[in-house]
Design a binder for this molecule. Structure first.
Ligand code: GRF
Length: 228
């Protein structure tokens, strides 16, 4: 029985598209029961509607305060009775009502190798730190910002001349491979979201798949000012 997932987005929804594609190709044993957004302009909403997937907008400005919005979002998500809540570019920190209603059943994809570079500027931070690799992290959502238990990570290279945007695009490519695999592994019980987030073989394979075998590190020619 396909895992019922609700996908929460704020923008483009390319990860939503990757999940939908994997579901169509039967490599992800899930069913998208709803796509929800805090922004009516989120492009992914139109994509969902075209597929006949129910959509809903829960915009912060329609509620008197943050607490009321948190409650409304939790109520709206609950209406679709998902077994897993999948954040895919949802740009708000989730409040207690949703997390309490779906304990350890909310996951997120983040464009950096957590615990490095949390927050909204993961690719920018990786560039600024002159990292040679970066990547994406799929993790369980807790009350912190990008602090929940890590389920899986995918690694990409940071190339000379990369900007935050070019790096983010490469990271998105890794996300599109990894996120559907994680959802599929949860659907098949290969990842158990108990307090210890037990992870089994499938995700190890996914990480191996996404980690390119790097070419040999370029060495200086013999005698060219080597120092130790
Ligand atoms: C992704 O890079 C994800 O890591 C971050 O937000 C971005 C969403 O991209 N949380 P998209 O809307 O799925 O294209």
């Amino acid at each position: 029985m396909a895992l019922r997932i609700a996908v929460l987005i704020s923008g483009t929804g390319s990860n939503l598209g990757a999940l939908a594609q994997a579901i169509d190709e039967k490599t992800c044993d899930a069913r998208i029961v709803a796509v929800l957004s805090d922004r009516a302009s989120a492009q992914g909403l139109a994509f969902a509607a075209q597929r006949g997937v129910p959509t809903a907008v829960v915009a912060m400005r329609d509620y008197p305060d943050r607490a009321a919005w948190d409650l409304a979002l939790a109520d709206k998500v609950s209406e679709f009775a998902p077994e897993l809540v999948v954040l895919a570019g949802f740009m708000r920190v989730l409040g207690a009502p949703l997390l309490e209603r779906f304990p350890r059943r909310v996951i997120n994809v983040h464009p950096a190798l957590l615990p490095l570079f949390p927050g909204t500027t993961g690719p920018e931070q990786a560039i600024a730190a002159r990292m040679r690799v970066s990547g994406c992290t799929v993790h369980v959502v807790d009350s912190g910002v990008d602090t929940g238990p890590i389920i899986a990570q995918g690694v990409v290279r940071v190339l000379p001349g990369d900007t935050a945007d070019t790096l983010h695009e490469r990271i998105r490519g890794a996300e599109h491979q990894l996120y559907p695999r994680v959802v599929d592994a949860i659907a098949r019980g290969q990842v158990t979201l108990d307090p210890e987030v037990r992870v089994h073989g499938a995700i190890d394979d996914a990480v191996a798949l996404l980690s390119p075998v790097f070419p040999a590190f370029p060495m200086s020619p013999p005698g060219a000012g080597a120092s130790s």
